[in-house]
Design a protein around this ligand. Sequence first.
Ligand code: 7RM
Length: 656
Amino acid sequence: MSDNTESTTTAGQIDTVMHESRLFPPIGEFVAKARISSLDQYQQLWDEAKESPVDFWAKLAQEELHWFRPFETPLKWEEPHAQWFVGGQTNASYNCLDAHLTTDRRNKAAIIWEGEPGDVRTLTYLQLHREVSKFANALKELGVGKGDVVSIYMPMTPELAIAMLACARIGAVHSVIFAGFSAEAIADRNNDAKAKLQITADGGYRRGKVLPLKETIDAALEKSPTVENCIVLRRTNNNPPMQEGRDHWYHNLMERASSDCPATPLESEDSLFILYTSGSTGKPKGIRHTTAGYNLYVKKTFEWVFDIREEDVYWCTADCGWITGHSYIVYGPLSAGATTMMYEGAPNFPAENRFWELVEKHQVNILYTAPTAIRAFIKWGDHHVEKHDLSSLRLLGTVGEGINPEAWMWYHEKIGGKRCPIVDTWWQTETGGIMMSPLPGAIPTKPGSCTKPLPGILPSIVDEENQPVEVGHGGMLCISHPWPGMLRGIWGDEERYKEQYWSKVPGSYLTGDNARCDDDGYYWIMGRIDDVINVSGHRLSTIEVESALVSHPAVAEAAVVGRPDDLKGQAIAAFVTVTGEASEELRQELRLHVRKEIGALAQPDDIRFAAAVPKTRSGKIMRRLLRDIACGKETAGDTSTLEDYSVLVSLRDEEE
Ligand code: 7RM
């Protein structure tokens, strides 16, 4: 049982009830070859960066990016506005492509792609450069130029990456919208961004079916008056209607486009892209990232965290519609000259072993995926994994949510064969790239912890009075010095940018997450600030209760929220997906299990069995909606990011 149940809580601090003491030191083979190969070396680098973050990043920027014109001022910081590498000119498409053409990487695979039906294409750096250059010319032909916003709604095909890089090449600003969003959601985003051109496909494959993307776009464009032209990639041959004058086939434009398109020199702070993310209150916000700082940040963090080697096949299973796809499928890996793999379809098509088949077939060395996927694999059963030879893997990563220690152990044992380090990477759309993560050759890992900040990143944890919390206690996670990958604003909403990220804690970026730091300086993310549950004055984090539930063998997934309670202030409501049969006995057993694992205080008051928990389309549990259900309220706010609305309906109907 936890001793924290008896401790008195200081204002705004969050109690921890988790006892995770397993420690996994870096693995020998890793240490031998790693760029950063000891805790000391990491610490030295981190200390050096802390001493002078601006000099640290300035030196890296000079070394790592191509400069058409060198920068003069490494950082102009007028809170809350940062400008990095001012006066310099570079181009992200150049750094991802042209920079490699004069090296041995010229004919190296840049992208290995597999479609859901099993079709495979490989594009070398030279070939990718050619495709991007041609498509950039096609965009120009349709009147797209520097500063214009291009909306991209495409399946996970190489052309999605080509479209992004082509925009970057000519200084157009891309806004990628995940190819599962509705016409309404696309129109909202197109109008907010004043998109000038749309790129889409006739369709995409998902679970054996054709997603009629062009149909959705036709409906969206009826309500997107700023969009003048629409480019359509032929992928599924489902012959959508083409609107004369507005719609253009990708292949027709490419046929006549010249492959000569030098990258436009862009100012460091020219916008590279906007990416919409759902705010917890509803209206999606367009997170704006710029050219040089973002490019440097994703390149370096990719190299540090994944310790990439020239011969590696690296696979990030995210969709390019999310920041993870932008930073760690496209811009990070390609700037670093890596081979990045893309897969179009679902993890369970044609069967639940698809990922492992892909790993074996393409001899994937580094796999980066989400805890929600890992929990699904566990639920689907080990036999899907055991059929395959996964010995090519040498490093595993996770992103998107905290990983429950039991899921971490499964990933470590079943996928990593106990020989692969796991990098649990904490970051946000707003941060541009990874902020905290183990460096696999240097930092011993603890299941459930994202371990330590990367060099140049200075986190702090404060309570509601902005006072630093004691070691071991949870509070609001802030970043106290600007970093090159940080967001530069919310598109068209300066007030919201200031208010949301910079108003609460003076001088610091407010992440919106809670965290605690343990005696070894390891960080444990405790979930969103809004998700904290206050039971009798003890503030608890959802992930800890969820992890206790998931550690029971009958539980596949758990989502925990607070609901009002007359006596305790809040009571704990848990939504649980089980692997077998749900029963009253199991409910009792789970209550006792949590009590035994983390203490009486954290024992759920309600346990509801659910077929699935509602998630965002990128796989995060939507606790906001569950809160409403737990209190019996109507759901309010934006649900456009919700994966499966029927999950909500069935949860509502679910009776205890
Ligand atoms: C990359 C991404 C950001 C939010 C973030 C956290 C949560 C992400 C982790 C995590 C615990 C992690 N961008 N989150 N990674 N929580 N451990 N390793 O996911 O903008 O879509 O979401 O996701 O709450 O604030 S995001």
